[in-house]
Design a protein around this ligand. Structure first.
Ligand code: GLN
Length: 294
């Protein structure tokens, strides 16, 4: 972990620096904590200066004012301390779409794109499916990506908490999907009735003890990460109540932690004894999605 006082001095008030020099210094300050330090430095500079990344790339000789330098240094300190870039810029790209994010929601992860991709493939193969439920929507990125790619789909997207639902609502409105996505405050499947073709979810699944050593748990909402003692608390609850809300011929697609494949599949077999429950592997060969076909 980088010590804050070890950050290189980013130019003083008496020695103006240009953007190229600031970017070079920011890159070395971030080198230990991200694999893309230069890209993150560029994105941060673009955000703080109120410009596009293209502008930053094309104007590396611009002299930074002392006020800008002050703001850039503060943002860089936060980033080097482990605050996700997305929280500093307030946005994150996911599945080719732009989403607003704040510390009230988990930052959309590239691995969750695999969940969306599988859901879209299933929807394409099942064109009669038209109603989906997402549990624990956070920023809304999963529901919104599905709605964008499946024009006939209607979705209900839930979250236990109000603050993430407000961010999800902003994203739904931004993508003009308010007629297709209904946001609902609900604790798992309690109070949810109706029959769905697709249940999609990325529940909290990190075992409580493992959270202490994870950097993400310092900045991102614990309620979106903490899966209880065995990591299965929410997964178990969802699988247990899902038979009631799924149509015959429907599907559950659930993101899981890579070590939970066995126990999650056992749970699925217990509560869906007549269904086909399998695990979908990610590109590194780890089981990351539970699929139950009813
Ligand atoms: N994939 C996230 C992480 O590793 C965890 C998300 C979750 O618990 N659903 O930080």
């Amino acid at each position: 972990m980088l010590k804050l006082n070890a950050l290189p001095l980013m130019g003083s008030r008496t020695t103006p620096i240009n953007l190229a020099r600031w970017l070079a210094r920011a890159r070395s300050a971030l080198a230990g904590r991200t694999t893309t330090p230069y890209l993150e430095a560029q994105a941060l500079a673009a955000h703080v200066l109120g410009k596009t990344k293209e502008w930053v790339i094309a104007h590396s000789d611009v002299i930074i004012t002392p006020e800008e330098n002050e703001k850039l240094s503060q943002a860089l300190k936060d980033l080097a301390f482990g605050v996700p870039l997305a929280y500093l810029t307030g946005e994150k790209e996911f599945y080719g779409l732009q989403f607003r994010v704040t510390p009230d929601v988990l930052v959309p992860r590239p691995e969750t794109e695999l969940l969306v991709e599988n859901a879209i493939n299933w929807l394409n193969k099942n064109p009669e499916a038209h109603l989906a439920l997402e549990i624990g929507t956070g920023s809304g990125c999963i529901a919104i990506s599905l709605a964008k790619h499946s024009p006939n789909l209607q979705l209900i997207a839930t979250d236990r908490y109000w603050p993430p639902l407000k961010i999800a609502q902003e994203n739904v409105l931004f993508h003009n999907l308010q007629h297709r996505i209904t946001l609902l405050q609900a604790n798992l499947l309690r109070g949810i009735s109706g029959k769905f073709d697709l249940l999609v979810t990325n529940p909290p699944y990190i075992p409580t003890k493992a959270l202490a050593s994870l950097e993400v748990a310092r900045s991102e909402p614990l309620s979106a990460l903490d899966g209880g003692e065995d990591g299965l608390f929410f997964i178990r609850e969802i699988i247990r109540s899902a038979p009631r809300i799924l149509k015959p011929g429907g599907v559950i697609l659930m993101e899981i932690e890579q070590t939970l494949g066995g126990p999650v599949q056992d749970l699925a077999k217990q509560f869906f004894p007549k269904s086909n429950a399998d695990l979908i592997l990610d590109y590194s060969g780890f089981p990351r999605i539970l699929r139950v076909r009813t």
